[in-house]
Design a protein around this ligand. Structure first.
Ligand SMILES: *Cc1c(COP(=O)(O)O)cnc(C)c1O
Length: 486
């Protein structure tokens, strides 16, 4: 039905017109059932095909097939999923693959996809307790669980974000608010980082109006951890110079090399000088589920704010981060805002609402995708999978040494740095190795440059990565080691 104009001469004609609309966007049950069957086949075929594919396919070329992206006639789901399989799933980096050992992988667990489906069906308004007490209660229980995992006691708050970058953004906004850094003070405010600090934090500083502050990049030790003496020295000097030290940023597993800063000691320094201590645990935070991780991240509970990335360490599909703030009042002061049309909302306040704790109002009910996998599997299986990653990293590190590769320091968590180091042309050789791996190996790794040295890095975190994939990488690298040693 087409309408040329909205003007309607009288109410009868309006009623007549309205009676001609049908509910054509509501799919009948039988068709929904069929669609779910089709989807189920797609999902199972996808999962079953994973071992047969390279983790990386460098095919970025456009295709005539992409005309399919335009809207023309209504299209059946089968053709759509064919396009998805052909033009989306099999191109670029396959983040669901167990052979993905680049950047920081996670895998994307099936139950996370189910959680998204359930959340989207019910379409709960998960930003406000008044609108969706059940969804908000579930999300708040996840925040409580994550806070306790980190070691926070009572009075903390947090938010389920879309990822680590948003979580860092919220933490930095809260730190600025907590330390009352006015615009006039920004040029004197000092933030302490290391070269290992994730770039999303530099972005967060910029977005929070802190780009004109003083950024002190503190030197690291041989393990890429912050040098405490240098940190303390810098703070003292800055104070003496009339500056305003206000924030220290630590890594609980840096993306680059997996380095964990001495969190307890950094917190002691932060406390002594009255600075905010933020811990970026986007990559490493969930190792707290393991005994090793608990020891390695000792003291994390002393930090003023912590972030975690369930789409890394809990293997969820992308779109899941967590920010935790030790003092819930500071998070509320930073993000709660009243609005006239929201006046009814104040009636209920037995639980905190996510909309008072983050920039978002309407939001995805993203708690379901995190809660469902944990509920279905139980926590122990996640801890086991993380233990496996820690051991795989140690295995890879050891085997690489035996093959004649130079490795970085013993991995703090599950990132392994390595390279072949002949007397001349090491950087070029290793660049060539990574290019060759991308073109010809089923396993994918990435690289980094630290202090001018080009390193290959394998980040083992996907729940689908096992001995098989690591051995496959080693078998590929062996040919290189042989060539170089001959
Ligand atoms: C991945 C990562 C981030 C950014 O998180 P996103 O979820 O990618 O936005 C921040 N810090 C560290 C240490 C990370 O590994």
């Amino acid at each position: 039905m087409k309408m040329d104009e909205l003007a309607v001469p009288n109410i009868e004609q309006l009623r007549h017109k309205l009676s001609q609309f049908t509910n054509e966007l509501e799919t009948p049950r039988s068709e929904k059932e069929q669609a779910i069957d089709t989807l189920s086949n797609y999902a199972n075929d996808f999962y079953e095909s994973l071992p047969n594919h390279k983790a990386y396919n460098a095919d970025y070329a456009p295709s005539e097939k992409d005309a399919f992206l335009e809207f023309s006639e209504p299209t059946d789901l089968e053709s759509i999923l064919e396009y998805v399989t052909d033009r989306i799933d099999s191109k670029g980096l396959n983040a669901a693959s167990g052979g993905h050992l680049g950047y920081i992988p996670g895998g994307g667990i099936f139950e996370g996809a189910m959680g998204d489906f359930i959340a989207a069906v019910g379409n709960q308004y998960a930003g406000v307790f008044y609108a969706s007490p059940g969804a908000v209660r579930l999300e708040n229980s996840l925040i409580k669980w994550a806070g306790k995992l980190v070691g926070y006691k009572e009075g903390f708050a947090g938010n389920l974000t879309s990822g680590g970058s948003m979580a860092n953004l919220i933490a930095i906004a809260t730190a600025r608010k907590a330390k009352n850094i006015s615009s006039a003070q920004v040029p004197k405010a000092v933030v302490y980082t290391t070269r290992q600090t994730h770039h999303s934090l530099l972005k967060a500083l910029r977005i929070n109006g802190l780009h004109e502050c003083v950024l002190r990049v503190i030197p690291t030790d041989a393990h890429y951890r912050i040098n405490l003496e240098e940190l303390e020295k810098a703070i003292k000097q800055d104070k003496k110079d009339g500056l305003l030290p206000f924030l220290i940023i630590s890594n609980a597993g840096s993306t680059d090399v997996g380095a964990v800063d001495p969190l307890r000691k950094v917190s002691a320094i932060a406390k002594e000088f009255n600075l905010w201590h933020h811990v970026d645990g986007a990559y490493g935070g969930f190792f707290l589920l393991t005994d090793y991780g608990k020891k390695k991240l000792d003291g994390i509970e002393l930090a003023d704010s912590v972030i975690l990335d369930p789409h890394k360490g809990l293997f969820l599909p992308y779109g899941s981060g967590i920010v935790l703030i030790k003092d819930e009042n500071l998070l509320l002061q930073t993000f709660s805002q009243e609005a006239n049309y929201m006046q009814d909302v104040k009636l209920s306040n037995s639980e905190l609402s996510p909309s008072d704790l983050s920039p978002e109002l309407s939001k995805h009910f993203r708690g379901m995708r995190m809660w469902l996998p944990l509920k279905i599997h139980g926590l122990q299986k996640f801890a086991n999978a993380l233990d496996e990653k820690l051991l795989l990293a140690r295995y890879l590190n050891q085997q690489l040494k035996e093959l004649g590769f130079e490795t970085g320091t013993e991995p703090d968590l599950s990132v392994v740095l390595f390279r072949l180091a002949p007397d001349k042309g090491a950087n070029e050789l290793n660049k060539q190795i990574v290019a060759d791996i991308h073109a010809n190996c089923r396993v994918f790794i990435s690289s980094t440059t630290i202090g001018g040295v080009f390193w290959l890095r394998a980040a083992i975190l996907s729940f689908r990565t096992h001995l098989k994939q690591v051995d496959e990488l080693l078998a590929f690298l062996k040919t290189y080691a042989k060539k170089e040693n001959n």
